[in-house]
Ligand binder design. Sequence first.
Ligand SMILES: [Zn+2]
Length: 494
Amino acid sequence: MNKELSYSRPQETAERLGDLAKDRHRFLDKKILLTGEPEILQTANGRDAFIFSLQLLVRICPNVSVALPEGQERLLTEAREVAVQVAFGKAVEFPGSVNPAEFDAILSVGTRIEPTLPWTTINSNGWLTRVSSGGVSLSGECSLANPVGALATAALGAGEVFKRLIALVRERGELLNGLTFSVLALAANSNDPGPALPKKIESDLLVAGGGAIGNGIIALLGRLPITGKIDIVDREEFGEENLGTCLLIGSAHITRPKATVLAEMLKAAGKNAQGFHGSFADYAASLEDKYPAVVLNGLDNIDARHEVQRILWPDLIVDGAIGDFGCQVSSHFWAKNVACLICLFRHPVRSADSVAAEASGLAEDRISHADEPVSNADVESAPEAKKDFLRGRVGKPICSVVSEAVAQKIAQDARARGFEPSVPFVAAFSACMVVAQAVSYLSGWPSALDTRFQFDFLRGPNRGEEYPQERRADCLCQRRKNIDRLRAAHGLGG
Ligand SMILES: [Zn+2]
């Protein structure tokens, strides 16, 4: 396994913090302990948070040890099976006894805290996540089972571990101390676990995108009482760089289509799932007259979001989005005056000439002189990094030099994609918020979300904010009559 590529995304994310993360160059050499308390581990939430934590931790560091108190043999057996499926850097260790003081970070599923050690305690109840890396211990009330709260709490816990491993400075993000946060209400410091999950969710769903957020969505849908059909669309295959960010996958899934792998996982969990390895347009063409009414997005680019919106126009799209540490959910209802995905996600306005100028090193006003030759003056005025490239092409027409430069840039960008920044816990938390909003809508609960909620993971969800946004006056979504006709033809609305 190519360690450089498989950990490239978490590594690049730490790298971008620069001096704010003192140990950004050596966090992969550190050691993590995952442990827990019997009273919490025996609850469904405790079990889920423990297994999800294991699935997340192996992606941010190859040195993970698991140790549990006596009497937890069944959970340990399960953890060993999961570890074999997901560990890729190095096997997870299961030592009989451990000295917690020998670890750089300890994550415990329980209630007790150990402020003298680099210790973080997590647990969950219903939609409520709890996390403490400081002196405040956690409530032990964990009886309302809900995998969404459990995954969100594992994500917060893995985030705390990551902060310790990279030695994040306090000014960039302090450790969380006794925080409770509802992933459904999107609000902190309440003890309300929210409503119980319905016995049955009978809707058909489409999951758009099988990457890091898509993995989190699938992990949750597999554990929720969804009885409808679940389609998954993605045109890519898993690559080694996905190991560092995608919750569910292991080495055996590399080179296989994302949609197929995730559909197999849902089928193994007893769901009626189908993977579609291709574009959204091809997927839509394969549908007869019934389009999905609810779409859960885990996409990593603007064009794909626009495509999903423009092709499908469903009743609701819930979109998960992440940046280096930015974590977001947004809800796009057709029946309400809220921004569609084309309104909300906009390309930065950039002319073809400015792209050509950046790629070639030529001044922007030279690009339009397509037939003129590259001159020595062009070389002199180019940025330092582009001078050699242009010097070798003096006398050649500008148009051919530009197309060569742009082609090179596209190839470089493709290579750089393996090293795009991303961390698994931010994506997993975004997935939890997406699934929470979808379950809320399908259960007929009032929505707590006004278009968009976003927070910086290093600062914590309690510092997040909502951003209401209406439709833009110049957007495609204003053509309501045309779109309603299209929706009717696709079996939507009415
Ligand atoms: Zn719009």
